[in-house]
Write a protein that binds this ligand. Structure first.
Ligand code: NAD
Length: 340
């Protein structure tokens, strides 16, 4: 481990915490994962054992009190993020926090104020910005390769819904799932959205409807620069994780398709076929998770701005709240309505 490596504490050793632990310990030489905390101590212990992390604890405040730890990676449940950000900022730690920062704007604003006051860095986990396909689309827009963008279509379908207990505390499809697409829309177009109209239905599982959520949705976006966009979401696609995009501009178009485990195309007398796309986000977006963490470590070590800041974490929550209100009230919602 280089002497000047960034000393990191991991908070939360669940699904995404384990993924970041693996990357920090095996793919990011400039970082040193020294402690992991989880309220479920056994999860912290197993994570420490699997990734050879020197210390594990139950109480995340032990990590915040550790004088040598410079940065924390927050991978706890969403409802704890804002409070932990505030406490971590007060403890002078730089912060990487999984999306979303919180499900309400008052909590987000308190957290962002604490970060501002402490002068620490905060990066939010919108990993798709670091994916090679989406990066290339952004680059094409920046270079004017398709002229002026006119129409954006984002397709984002999960292979299967998460457990109903997860759905109940997730904040709903817009805050939990579409939030990545809201971030992607403003990142790719380089403009804010000022109005949203959403329709949704329960087509996959009635239990999702009973939990007060929808499992299928289309969201119409009006950007301030005139671009029109759609986001299509489903909690279930029988063939796997579907992540596609089309962007039409004044002099051309860009599309990206799914990533596959191999490029084999098998032809016979009946059909031409290939294997299913990569199963879910862990497989599909591995490299983007590594790159976002490497970018955070680099920003802290070299005192550079983080590539996805607190405001980038806040705006998609405003968009998600607007989509929820639109669905409930059957009308387009201006984002300014959510702010007031
Ligand atoms: N960027 C992405 O694509 C992506 C993917 C999955 C999850 N996430 C986000 O990551 C977060 C965690 O999701 P997950 O799927 O890993 O959930 P999970 O339930 O698998 O893991 C959360 C872990 O945090 C622990 N925890 C909860 N409260 C804690 C506390 N106060 N102190 C210490 N540990 C605590 C739990 O015991 C659990 O082990 C969520 O906010 C989710 O939205 C992001």
């Amino acid at each position: 481990m280089p002497a000047n490596s960034l000393k990191i504490g991991l908070l939360g050793a669940g699904r995404i915490g384990l993924l970041h632990a693996e990357h920090i310990t095996s793919r990011i030489p400039a970082a040193d994962l020294v402690m992991v905390a989880d309220v479920f101590e056994e999860a912290a212990r197993l994570c420490a054992e699997r990734y050879t992390i020197p210390h594990f604890v139950q109480d995340y405040r032990v990590v915040l009190d550790h004088p040598e730890i410079q940065a924390v990676v927050i991978c706890t449940s969403t409802d704890t993020h804002a409070r932990i950000i505030e406490e971590a900022a007060q403890a002078g730690k730089h912060i990487f926090c999984e999306k979303p920062i919180a499900l309400d704007l008052a909590s987000i604003d308190r957290a962002l104020n604490a970060v501002e006051r402490a002068g620490v860095k905060l990066q939010v986990g919108f990993n798709r910005r670091f994916d090679a396909n989406y990066r290339r689309v952004r680059q094409a827009v920046e270079r004017g390769e398709i002229g002026r963008p006119h129409l954006l279509h984002l397709v984002s379908y999960d292979p299967a819904p998460p457990p109903i207990e997860y759905i109940r505390v997730s904040g709903g499809i817009f805050l939990d799932m579409a939030i990545h697409d809201f971030d992607m829309a403003r990142f790719l177009i380089g403009s804010e959205v000022d109005e949203i109209f959403a329709r949704g239905g329960v087509m996959v599982d009635r239990a999702i409807g009973a939990a007060g959520d929808v499992d299928t949705a289309v969201i119409l976006l009006q950007f301030t620069n005139g671009v029109i966009g759609t986001i299509s979401n489903s909690r279930q696609a029988a063939y796997g994780y579907d992540q596609q995009l089309e962007l039409l501009g004044s002099t051309g178009a860009i599309s990206i398709g799914n990533n596959y485990p191999n490029t084999a195309v098998i032809s016979d007398g009946y059909s031409v076929r290939r294997d299913l796309p990569l199963r879910f986000f862990v497989e599909r977006y591995t490299e983007s998770f590594v790159s976002e963490m490497a970018a955070f470590v680099d920003a802290v070590l070299h005192d550079r701005p983080v590539p996805v800041n607190g405001l980038d974490g806040r705006i998609p929550v405003v968009m998600a709240l607007a989509a929820g209100k639109s669905l409930a009230e059957h009308r387009p919602i201006r984002l300014s309505e959510i702010e007031h």
